[in-house]
Write a protein that binds this ligand. Structure first.
Ligand code: F6R
Length: 243
């Protein structure tokens, strides 16, 4: 894992968006893996800005999001499909059909998971996957205890994750109990990964990622075994790192 030290959230967002733009400009049909949450919001703002300036086109880009809540449809402001449309897709020139987010409204969720894997395969896999990290080490919605051999699957969300995400909902009760997520193996199959870490509250998770053992108890630790991972971490997130 390569560590890229940045000063703050702004710089993290700029550096990460630059990696994404370089990939999009380099490849004929780039395939990006995208995340939601607070961490990538600044990256999406940068990408929109760069698109507006005419520096990059996403016309040939395909995207796969990491995860989606079960039971929320794309019009629900708390769904990840809605988030992606609002924060990125509606503001750039990517064709709608090239943007994929798991569909948590499908009757047969297992089938949806299988189809999602199939679609990724048809696109020859993900060129660049962007990740955030949960306080408990989750990536996507792969919570501690998830087998490291999983593909896209349905998960029960940890209570701590529901609490952490309740800030976006009116109450904790409204946070769905299940989600669809790319599995650890799906994420690990990406050719390149950038993991974004910002803020003091993530410092412990970053320390454990860098110095802890590879274990299902801390899913992000598996990234230690991926050949091409860049961690972009700001000063606050690095506050527990040994000098
Ligand atoms: C979101 C996702 C999650 C988040 C993680 C951190 O698609 O996959 O793993 O990356 O929960 O969330 P934030 O960025 O809100 O701290």
């Amino acid at each position: 894992m390569e560590m890229i030290e940045v000063e703050d959230y702004q710089e993290m967002s700029r550096v990460a968006s630059q990696f994404i733009i370089e990939k999009v400009q380099l490849l004929d049909n780039p395939v990006l893996g995208l995340a939601t949450g607070s961490t990538p919001e600044g990256v999406y703002k940068q990408l929109i800005e760069k698109r507006k300036q005419g520096n990059v086109s996403f016309a040939n880009t395909s995207t796969f999001n990491l995860d989606e809540y079960v039971g929320l449809d794309g019009d629900d402001p708390n769904s990840y499909r809605y988030y992606m449309n609002e924060k990125l897709f509606s503001h750039i020139d990517i064709p709608g059909e090239n943007t994929r987010v798991p569909n948590g409204m499908k009757k047969d969720l297992e089938q949806e998971c299988g189809q999602y894997e199939q679609l990724i395969k048809e696109k020859q896999g993900i060129d660049l996957q962007m990740l955030g990290i949960g306080l408990n080490g989750h990536i996507g919605f792969n919570e501690p205890g998830t087998s490291l051999q999983t593909r896209t699957h349905v998960v029960e969300l940890a209570q701590s994750t529901r609490k952490a995400n309740a800030r976006f909902f009116d109450s904790l009760e409204e946070v769905p109990e299940q989600a669809i997520t790319m599995g650890i193996e799906t994420i690990m199959a990406s050719r390149e990964i950038i993991l974004l870490v910002s803020g003091e509250r993530k410092a412990e998770a970053l320390d454990r990622l860098l110095n802890g053992p590879v274990t299902e108890d801390f899913p992000a630790s598996i990234l230690q075994t991926h050949p091409n991972v860049k961690i972009i971490a700001d000063r606050a997130a690095r506050s527990l790192m040994k000098k």
